[in-house]
Design a protein around this ligand. Structure first.
Ligand SMILES: C[S@@+](CC[C@H](N)C(=O)[O-])C[C@H]1O[C@@H](n2cnc3c(N)ncnc32)[C@H](O)[C@@H]1O
Length: 264
């Protein structure tokens, strides 16, 4: 077998086409869809193929829906309407991230689904991201996201495989391989895509940050956000510390400094 080729499963158009097959609609999608439907204006950071925003439009959401993602190949899938959510022509799909595109108090809801929060590896990256989220929210807005609970060491079970089929009938085997802690709180895993009709297998290494809830709350507080709700499951059961997902809904802390300065 030839040497593998290295790529990225979101930016590589050959691989982005498989995202919705590998990540079909589930209870987490329903959780976020309910939040989107209750908000007037929504920013989905790392929207990927945009299934939640497309489903919201299909369900009758009439407000502003913006999907932001740095992977053009994922946004191509969003525009094309891949998967069961279908096409939505009036969602704003923006290529970029919160470092390259800024928003100013425009959204009732900012969301990050699919563990996007865990792509920010350092405290500085998280702080910059949370500051940009805070700036994008209107005063009464909410930030909803989830991160995997490091206490359960979920990466040790990331060895699942699946078979997917491209539009031209090419059958591709995918698997997560070699997940491991490479430094405290940072896990690396290599996604593998292989097909009998490809000359080389394609390997996609990626890294994820794991933070427990005390550390997470410190980062949120430092960014001027406070936790309003914390769930341990998509059915909104409370988080007790032992659930696989740490699901957080945070809101901006009101800035009272101007009033305080006036009084003094
Ligand atoms: C696992 S997918 C999640 C997609 C979608 N949110 C979902 O729930 O299906 C991760 C997405 O994060 C995007 N991403 C990677 N780095 C990012 C960054 N710095 N800012 C925003 N999105 C990023 C990737 O391009 C990819 O589309």
């Amino acid at each position: 077998m030839s040497d593998p080729e290295y790529s990225d499963d979101y930016t590589d158009p050959r691989l982005a086409v498989f995202y919705d097959q590998l990540n079909p609609w589930g209870p987490e999608s329903d959780f976020y869809l309910d939040l989107v439907l209750a908000a007037r204006s929504v920013l989905d950071v790392g929207c990927g193929t945009g299934a939640i925003l497309r489903a919201a439009r299909a369900a009758g959401h009439t407000g502003r829906l913006v999907g932001l993602d740095p992977a053009a190949a994922m946004l191509d899938q969003a525009r094309a309407g891949s998967g069961m959510a279908g096409q939505a022509t009036d969602v704003e799909w923006i290529l970029g991230d919160l470092g390259s595109v800024s928003f100013d108090g425009e959204f009732d809801l900012v969301l990050m689904s699919g563990h996007v929060f865990q792509v920010f590896l350092t405290d500085d990256e998280i702080a910059a991201t949370l500051a940009a989220v805070r700036a994008a929210l209107d005063g009464d807005g909410r930030f909803a996201f989830e991160t995997l609970n490091p206490r359960l060491r979920p990466w040790e079970r990331w060895t699942n495989g699946a078979q997917v089929v491209a539009a031209d009938g090419t059958v591709v085997d995918t698997a997560n391989t070699d997940p491991r802690l490479v430094e405290p709180g940072i896990v690396e895993v290599v996604g593998r895509f292989a097909s009998a009709s490809w000359e080389r297998e394609v390997l996609c290494p990626s890294r994820f940050r794991f933070v427990g809830e005390p550390e997470l709350d410190g980062l949120l507080t430092a960014a001027g956000l406070s936790v309003e709700d914390r769930f341990g499951g998509w059915d909104r059961r409370p988080f007790t510390g032992q659930e696989p997902e740490i699901i957080t809904i945070a809101r901006p802390v009101r800035d009272t400094s101007a009033r305080g300065a006036h009084r003094s």
